[in-house]
Design a protein around this ligand. Structure first.
Ligand code: FRU
Length: 490
């Protein structure tokens, strides 16, 4: 084991143990120590779900990246494993960036981006990114002697040598494939497809999709998979421009929905949809379970608007893993069904009439909850759900049945920094009916509208005593509420 890996493992071991359980989310994955961003290598190995992540164990800020590691039987309870990869070779000294994993002949293979710095012919220091392989047993990994396995000379002409990263790895029709983010000469993004028989020798296949400066610029963190008869390409574009309520400025995350001809490797997409409409969601990656479910997990934080509490000793969480499916031409997502095994203390209220006074309902409160609110707006102009409330603070979910919008607003949630605090999404017009499933954990709020039609994910750092929930409506409306506490024993 290299010195760098040994040091990271020793450090995280000490640090992780010193972070009290009640300084962590109850049912969301959080960085063992230090900083975490993108999920990596999400997939099964030897019958267990493995999850790696972009990781700087030493500080709550991004720095030279490692791959952290964890595993789970059910997507909810995760076991931290020792750091899998450290930046300890010449070809990855500047970082072990994002990538994917597959199982082959009983071994676990990781494909990642090795980042190095070189001095170019003009004497300037420049970055180079190439794809590298590591092989392991689910705990310890050895980097391939022939690294990097996908090199800059395998790029289409004119592509950037600095932006070539995030290989997602999968097996299809007996071959291995990887989709990699790249930047063509027009300065925007493109996704490249490579294939291999043995994971060590790769060939360039095609440019799967081109951004053409339409959806942001550089496309990071691709994923490419079949779903209900369609083919989905997930990309994480940088430098997006806001468009109506569909896309916001900065780093976005989108589903491209299309069709793929496996023989000609021709991919055509005709629809782009936001993966998530909240304030904190990026770099989503998926895996397929043995039973054929497609599960997506995302980094629950924003690059630009980076909200965290340094005193917690960690920064970075993942969303609840979500099962994807297509309905009415849209990619929909609901929390994995395994979460239901952790529901306790059910509370139910049917057809409660709301007026302009804020109303609490018996038993409806809490900070680690799974709650569904079915709204019949009737003549109402606005229905508000206040969450994480105490006498000073609250956050709101605001439904406007006239405009068919839902806004999440954390302005009054208790933080005293000038962060972006609210975001609004358009929901389908169902004549004033709306179903919202809300997952609230110590440090986050995820909202699923109309049985997974949209998700809206945001961080929330209100203190634990903010556990009140109240409702009100401008004009008469009726709601039915079902609520559970989520309890995860360690
Ligand atoms: C996306 C990203 C990836 C890169 C990683 C570095 O969030 O920028 O493109 O591999 O983060 O940590």
């Amino acid at each position: 084991m290299s010195k760098a890996l040994e040091k990271a493992r020793e450090y995280e071991n000490k640090k992780t143990g010193s972070i009290p359980e009640n300084h962590r989310p109850v049912f969301h994955f959080s960085a063992p120590a230090g900083w975490l961003n993108d999920p990596n290598g999400f997939g099964d190995f030897m019958g267990e779900h493995h999850l790696f992540f972009q990781y700087n164990p030493y500080d709550v800020h991004w720095d030279t990246m490692h791959w952290g590691h964890a595993k789970s039987q059910d997507f909810i309870k995760w076991e931290y494993l020792p750091t899998a990869l450290a930046p300890d070779e010449d070809y990855d000294r500047k970082g072990v960036f994002s990538g994917g994993a597959v199982e082959k002949d009983g071994k676990h293979y990781l494909l990642y981006t090795g980042v190095r710095e070189i001095t170019d012919e003009t004497g300037k220091k420049v970055i180079r990114q190439e794809q590298c392989l590591a092989e392991g047993d689910g705990l310890d990994y050895r980097k391939a002697a022939c690294n990097p396995v996908i090199t800059a000379d395998m790029l289409p002409e004119g592509s950037s040598l600095e932006d070539f990263r995030d290989p997602k790895l999968w097996k299809e029709n007996g071959r291995f494939y990887t989709a990699v983010g790249s930047r063509p000469a027009d300065g925007s993004g493109q996704i490249l497809l490579y294939s291999s028989e043995d994971l060590h020798h790769w060939e360039f296949c095609t440019v799967l999709a081109r951004c053409q400066n339409q959806y942001g610029k550089m496309w990071e963190c691709p994923d490419f998979f079949p779903l209900d008869g369609k083919r989905i390409l997930i990309v994480s574009p940088q430098d997006m421009q806001a468009k109506d309520l569909e896309f916001h400025n900065g780093n976005g995350n989108i589903f491209l929905i299309g069709d793929y001809d496996k023989t000609s490797m021709d991919y055509r997409w005709d629809m782009a949809q936001s993966c998530d409409y909240g304030l904190d969601f990026y770099a989503a990656q998926t895996m397929e379970t043995e039973g054929g479910r497609r599960i997506m997990i995302g980094w629950m934080q924003s690059w630009d608007n980076h909200l965290f509490q340094p005193e917690l000793g960690w920064s970075g969480q993942f969303t609840i893993p979500r099962e994807l499916f297509i309905r009415d031409g849209r990619v929909c997502q609901n929390p994995v069904k395994e979460l239901e095994d952790y529901r306790v203390d059910p509370v139910e209220h049917k057809n409660v009439l709301l007026g302009k006074e804020l109303t609490a309902l018996p038993g409806v409160k809490g900070r680690c909850i799974d709650m569904t609110v079915e709204i019949e707006a009737g003549e109402s102009d606005a229905v508000e759900i206040r969450l994480a409330e105490n006498k000073d603070f609250y956050s709101s979910v605001l439904y406007n049945p006239r405009e068919n919008t839902v806004m999440f607003d954390r302005t009054y949630s208790g933080f005293c920094r000038d962060f972006i605090s609210s975001r609004t999404m358009k929901v389908r017009d169902r004549g004033g009916k709306l179903a919202l499933r809300i997952l609230l954990d110590r440090y986050s709020c995820e909202i699923f509208a109309n049985d997974g039609e949209q998700a809206m994910t945001s961080l929330l750092f209100s203190s634990g005593e903010c556990s009140g929930i109240r409702f009100r409506s401008k004009g008469k409306a009726s709601i039915s509420v079902s609520k559970y506490e989520i309890k995860v024993s360690r």
